[in-house]
Design a protein around this ligand. Structure first.
Ligand code: HEC
Ligand code: HEC
Length: 601
């Protein structure tokens, strides 16, 4: 019996009451609008042309000519190879860290990313970010990936998502490592930016807020992962249980990255096309802040001068009135989508998502009601890769306030009175950057200010702000690991047609054994199978005489040339060929025969 001690009349009221409650709950559930479908959102173009920043920093899928992502630079330095498995990528970042500590990684079994259906407690998504800076030495500026390098890995999606900063272009790049799996041939491509920015609104990293219930910083989530995996062993070297401070730090670093974007806009739009003096002042104040944050006076006469210069720029930035046809879907500029566009103001995109608690959601009365209306995502459902939007759309939608697709209001709107650009610029520099500049000027801030005042005018031209260029101007020629692209192959876009072998069957062995490292390799030197057509690739292979010798295992095995043999001894391609025994030898010979004979090792 449901209500054993009540009268009939009371029962009647309780009955009506619960039906009413039930109807109200239904109404509440259905009135919770969901975000527009991702395929619609991905179509909205970021037509933002009236801003100086959008001319200087375009929203193209590929990085602007002559610039590349931090990730591409890292891979070139790693000999053109993306470490596999993922734990080795983590190890690579650890090795670069002077403190020798692991990068920050979190496990997210039930998240809200594009590949959410491919992760669960047994195969959680892993996100990783670097949290260090390498000191400058001699002629080299130290590698500074803090807030600039983020990975998302979903084992079942065979893919790594990468968000990394492009120093020369002043923007984040969105990339994918596709076919990232055992015995596969990984490819690095630039993703369709419009797809990524449906959730990464503003073109920057995003993350949930305290208490980060989706992450393994929360004991309940860690416990669920351990149960799902059947043990407590680390996953890809990431401990199943971690302190919540890791989740907090990850969140902070996404915020740091997010503000790089706002800083670029303050540098460009905040100062304007002819605002070289304004940019010079901003930099000068940034060094004063770096030199002594405690005694920095945001209302000093110099700070007020910056405000005046910004006012001029804001007054001349003519932001045209926009025709708002459909309030919900208007294609507004990136980061401004759906927000009331300020007549004069620079928006800081909202990188924080409301916390979601996938475990708590299922508990209690509300959880029970919800379970009647929403079906669970089954493992393996939804998008298998980042192009597969229609499968993503078949997944049950999230509540609007939790959905990363829902258009977020800006975190902040900055006006001419705001001097956050000063702090923003300061955040690009490392500890030894300041030390070097101070050293050079006798640890005298007045001399640093004078130095900045005497820098040539073109240093402050309306171009993306770059830590590297500014330090080169201040300290003389210095090299940075991740700036020059001369030795890099052209970047590739996602969804480009893979090479289908029809005319030249002899190419198939190269597809199987070599393409993963020599086609689409960001290092130009190693991209010698990157041609667009079968004929082009065949010509490239024939022209690469070294291939003949590189495949001659019989001759060079055990000699001082053996390290040049291909495929490399530690690769899966090599192992497969060896496992194939005589058949493998024949394949090697056939490949050799494709290249005209010529002794050239
Ligand atoms: C449907 C929404 C959605 C789309 C579309 C999306 N992401 Fe994300 N992404 C997220 C969410 C939510 C997070 C943070 C939590 C997590 O990883 O589960 C995230 C995190 C990331 C991270 C870790 C760093 C960070 O920002 O927290 C990377 C790297 C990443 N995404 C790359 C990409 C790339 C590349 C694309 C485009 C191919 C993309 N994402 C598209 C929702 C999305
Ligand atoms: C797992 C990745 C990988 C695979 C697979 C691979 N290579 Fe390489 N290859 C490399 C790397 C890395 C180098 C550069 C080695 C160095 O600089 O010491 C290289 C260098 C070469 C070179 C010398 C290039 C130069 O100009 O110095 C040739 C030729 C070559 N590979 C041919 C092949 C052929 C043919 C195959 C297929 C049978 C193949 N490789 C498969 C990674 C790979």
């Amino acid at each position: 019996m449901l209500f054993p001690t009540v009268t009939r009349k009371q029962k009647y009221f309780i009955g009506v009451g619960s039906v009413l409650t039930f109807l109200l709950v239904c109404l509440w559930m259905t009135s919770n609008q969901t975000a527009p479908p991702i395929s619609e959102l991905a179509k909205t173009t970021s037509n933002n042309d009236h801003y100086l920043s959008s001319k200087v920093i375009p929203e193209t899928d590929l990085p602007p000519e002559g610039t590349r992502s931090l990730f591409d630079h890292l891979i070139v330095q790693n000999g053109g190879i993306v470490p596999y498995p993922y734990s080795k990528l983590i190890a690579m970042l650890k090795e670069q860290n002077p403190a020798g500590t692991e990068p920050i990684s979190l496990l997210i079994p039930n998240g809200r990313s594009l590949l959410k259906g491919q992760a669960d407690n047994a195969h959680p998504r892993v996100v990783t970010t670097a949290d260090f800076e390498v000191p400058n030495n001699g002629a080299n500026l130290g590698f500074a990936p803090r807030g600039q390098l983020f990975f998302g890995f979903v084992e079942n999606g065979n893919e790594i998502e990468v968000v990394s900063y492009n120093e020369a272009a002043g923007r984040f790049e969105f990339q994918l490592v596709q076919d990232y799996c055992k015995d596969c041939s990984p490819r690095i491509v630039y993703a369709r930016r419009a797809i990524c920015s449906t959730c990464h609104q503003g073109g920057t990293p995003i993350f949930s807020q305290r208490p980060w219930s989706e992450t393994n910083g929360q004991p309940a989530t860690a416990t669920a992962i351990a149960a799902g995996r059947g043990n407590n062993d680390p996953y890809e070297t990431v401990p199943i249980s971690q302190p919540l401070s890791f989740s907090e730090r990850f969140d902070q670093l996404t915020d740091v990255g997010n503000f790089f974007y706002a800083s670029q806009r303050l540098w460009l739009d905040g100062c304007g096309e002819k605002g070289n003096d304004c940019r010079r002042k901003m930099l000068s104040l940034a060094f004063q802040y770096l030199d002594n944050a405690g005694s920095f006076n945001p209302n000093s006469s110099e700070a007020n001068e910056l405000r005046k210069l910004q006012e001029v720029a804001f007054a001349t930035t003519d932001i045209p009135e926009r025709e708002v046809k459909d309030k919900k879907y208007t294609p507004l500029p990136m980061g401004l989508q759906g927000a009331p566009e300020p007549k004069k103001g620079i928006i800081v995109p909202e990188s924080d998502l409301a916390n979601r608690d996938p475990i708590g959601e299922k508990q209690g009365f509300k959880g029970w009601i919800r379970s009647l209306f929403t079906r669970e995502i089954k493992f393996g459902e939804g998008a298998r890769d980042n192009e597969d939007l229609s499968s993503f759309e078949k997944l049950p939608p999230l509540r609007r306030e939790l959905d990363p697709l829902t258009i977020r209001q800006p975190k902040q709107i900055l006006g001419p009175n705001n001097i956050d650009g000063v702090y923003g610029l300061a955040s690009f520099f490392t500890e030894t950057d300041l030390k070097n500049v101070s050293e050079q000027n006798g640890y005298d801030i007045k001399r640093i200010i004078t130095k900045i005042q005497t820098l040539p005018n073109e240093v402050f031209d309306p171009k993306p702000f770059s830590r590297v260029l500014i330090l080169q101007a201040l300290l003389g020629k210095k090299q940075y690991c991740c700036y020059n692209t001369a030795e890099m192959s052209p970047p590739m876009v996602s969804g480009g047609p893979p090479l289908e072998i029809k005319e030249h069957p002899e190419l198939q062995a190269f597809v199987d054994n070599c393409f993963s490292c020599h086609r689409g390799n960001p290092a130009k030197r190693l991209n010698f199978m990157g041609g667009a057509t079968e004929n082009e690739v065949l010509e490239q292979i024939k022209a690469k005489k070294e291939i003949r010798d590189a495949l001659d295992w019989e001759r060079y095995e055990g000699t001082d040339k053996s390290s040049k043999l291909m495929p490399p001894r530690n690769s899966v391609q090599y192992r497969k060929l060896m496992d194939a025994g005589e058949e493998g030898k024949k394949v090697l010979q056939k490949m050799r025969d494709t290249v005209p004979g010529f002794f050239n090792f």
